[in-house]
Write a protein that binds this ligand. Structure first.
Ligand SMILES: [Zn+2]
Length: 257
């Protein structure tokens, strides 16, 4: 847990094990009224919307595993945009821009295209529904980035600055695909962090770390990478993080989903 930031700043800088709520549908039934999944193919293009950068060649990354032993890792569908919303209640001042910058960094490193759908009042929940047609229409719910508190989100208790993860779904004959995700940020803890030297850059780095979980990276046992479980002053992705993110931009397009 050593950190160059000093003991006082360790609080709020510990990265949580990511939350990976997985939704498994053995049989997707998208055409039925009252369906638990949206109609297939929403916004699905015929080819990937972006091209990931060439790999750095580093192997200092870990990919979240699929539930399917034959599928080494799970990705978002690169043929459609990854929508996201922000619950800004409790947001420390000035952090809207940090979220946009963090999203841009993940997009540039993965080739995945993100679309900001604006502010939401949706609260983060452990078993978040992946499909919420009343709130978001007949499509997969956007990724929720929520400023929260340990009272609302117990995963943020103690030294946990944030959590991040995605839900994957499989239609028969296709690989698991991430369809939505959630980031929870500890607003009280990060408000303190914001006041520290490099505070805004640290918060941006924390959001980048959590968003990297959302698109499929796990923790790596290398403190020079941003995906190390605990931040020791890293402000940007390392070469391992970048290699992993580039790979996560190469997933299969699944228009049947
Ligand atoms: Zn983490």
């Amino acid at each position: 847990m050593a950190t160059v930031l000093g003991v006082g700043l360790v609080v709020g800088l510990y990265f949580a094990p990511s939350l990976f709520d997985r939704y498994i549908l053995s049989q997707a039934l998208p055409h039925l009224p009252g369906s638990e999944v949206p109609p297939p193919g929403f916004e699905a293009a015929s080819s990937p919307l972006g091209i990931p950068p060439a790999s750095t060649g580093s192997t200092a990354y870990v990919l979240q595993e699929s539930r399917d032993a034959d599928q080494p890792f799970v990705t978002y569908d690169p043929c459609r945009p990854v929508h996201y919303v922000v619950r800004t209640d409790l947001a420390p001042p000035g952090t809207d821009q940090l979220i946009q910058e963090a999203v841009s960094a993940v997009s540039a490193a993965s080739g995945l295209q993100f679309v900001y759908d604006g502010i939401t009042s949706e609260a983060p929940t452990k078993g978040r529904e992946a499909y919420q047609p009343d709130r978001y229409g007949k499509r997969w719910a956007p990724v929720l980035i929520a400023w929260s508190t340990p009272e609302e989100a117990p995963e943020l208790t103690g030294r946990i600055a944030g959590t991040g993860g995605s839900a994957s779904i499989q239609v028969p004959g296709e690989p698991y695909v991430y369809v939505t995700g959630q980031v929870q940020l500890d607003a009280p803890g990060l408000t303190e962090t914001l006041a520290s030297p490099n505070g805004p850059a640290l918060i941006r780095a924390i959001i980048m770390h959590e968003l990297a979980h959302v698109v499929g990276l796990g923790h790596v046992n290398d403190p020079t990478q941003l995906m190390y479980e605990e931040n020791s002053g890293q402000l940007d992705f390392g070469d391992g993080d970048r290699a992993g993110l580039a790979l996560l931009g190469t997933g299969k397009c699944v228009p049947r989903l």
